[in-house]
Design a protein. Sequence first.
Length: 565
Amino acid sequence: MQAEKTKSPAKGAGLEQSREYFTKLKLLLKVGLLVAFLTPLSILSVYFHFQFNVSLKESGKLHLAALAQSQRNTVDLFLQERVLNIFSVFQSSEFNLAPSELDMQHYLQNLRQASDAFIDVGFFDQEGVQIGYAGPYPYLHGRDYSDEDWFRSLIDLERNYYISDIYLGFRNKPHFTIAVKQLIDGKYYVVRATLDPDKFYLFLRGISRGKGVDSALVNSEGKYQVVDPDRGQLFGPSDYAPTEAKESGVKEIEINGSSVLVSYYRLSEVPWTLVVREPLRVAYAEMYRTRRIIIIVTGVIILATIAAIWLIVDNLINRAEATEESRAELKYQLIHASKLASVGELAAGVAHEINNPLAIIVSESGVIRDMLDPEFGLDSSPESIRAELDEIDTAVFRARGITQKLLNFARKHEPRLVPCDINKILDNVVGGLKEREFLVSDIELEKNYARDLPLVSLDPDQIAQVFLNLINNAQDAIVGEGKITLSTSLDDGRVYVTVADTGAGMTPEQMGKIFLPFFTTKEVGKGTGLGLSVSLSIVESMGGTIEVQSLPGSGSSFTVVLPAG
Ligand code: ADP
């Protein structure tokens, strides 16, 4: 049967190291938690921030594009209505192929009722001669327009109406023409009206909504047709010339050093493009506001996280430290309590030891008294009396030595590390009293000490208590004859101290419990169950362990392993 082997639990950190350990732990935890919390938070914030910007920019663009589209529709509708107004001339009841001035005045009146943008109206025969006119430029009556762009375009067009760009014309004033043609008796007749671009501009401004938004109309060459005087000049180049290829679009551009969002939409009635522009700070106002909120909220979350981690870690570690300290204090108390308990056990033995010198003192003083009594006729020379007094002194010193040891053992003190000769400490523990006890109870003591053992930095009182506990247990395990072997050795930087006995041994179940405080199999009054748990605490606090091997019926061996350094 193989001897059972067990090892003491992991080493506990020394109390003096624990503070340093907790400070390090605090810092590590704080840094670790901050990195763990803040890294994903920062990545997420940056990601959301980016996503938010993209989607809010997109919605700003969509909003302006929708505005441009709705304005484009309104302008197209305006022009279509004007075309219909002019067509209505052909449909009027007084229409004739040679309109009088009155007829023309009447037509103009009707047109102006529909829109005040109309300036004048003219009636043209197939050769392009203005045969009827009403309006502020009567000298245009009778003019030949056959070489004018608008006239030639209208006649060539499949469509029976034409809307011109804005131009100066014979009157040398900006205006644009809407002309319609009608085939009557195989010949084309034309009614054309001119419109005032200023009125058109007022109309366009009226449909432009929103702060900072302004709209302009640009012809196919990128020249302004209708524009706010602050933005550009009539016939001047547009700040943004839309591409031919696309009917509509939205772009961010720089105009005079400031960023502007531009949306354009081509008109369907005339080759013009509506260009709506809005400063970026207005277009993305919502985005900038949200961005500010996100930055502030993220900042607050980060600060709150840092504060929370700081406080929680401080609190937790302080509590753990306090628990560790009270645990260490408890351990210390336990060692002391066990010492006192051992003192109780020791006291019985010691009482016997002290009684002996006391008895010697009493008998020696009786002898002296008899020597001084002439009745007994004893030798009362000073030498004889001095010899007896020397005996008394010896007995007194012996008793004092015992009480001194007892006091040393019971005194509670902080661990005091000094270089110790372990062999010597073992000898002290088994010397005197113990050796005599072994003799009385037929226990053989064998010592296998290593001679080359280095001095080990230990608290000599505490390690002596450990050895005493192990030796007491070995002694208690032996019933009748038996042997206790004390061995020391050095191996691989460690010092091994083994207390082996040929006693009762232990079952595996017992071995699982022996280091628990208050576990004892000894009779009441004999064992406290504290010896091994306290010994283990002491050894661990010195950076060592206790290993146990045992076989029921054959004996046990307890090995204290200590670092030699
Ligand atoms: P106590 O000696 O007061 O009982 P310990 O903690 O020293 O307390 O020991 C706990 C128990 O471990 C003992 O009661 C005994 O059962 C067992 N034990 C310790 N040493 C030995 C040994 N050398 N041989 C057999 N049993 C032992």
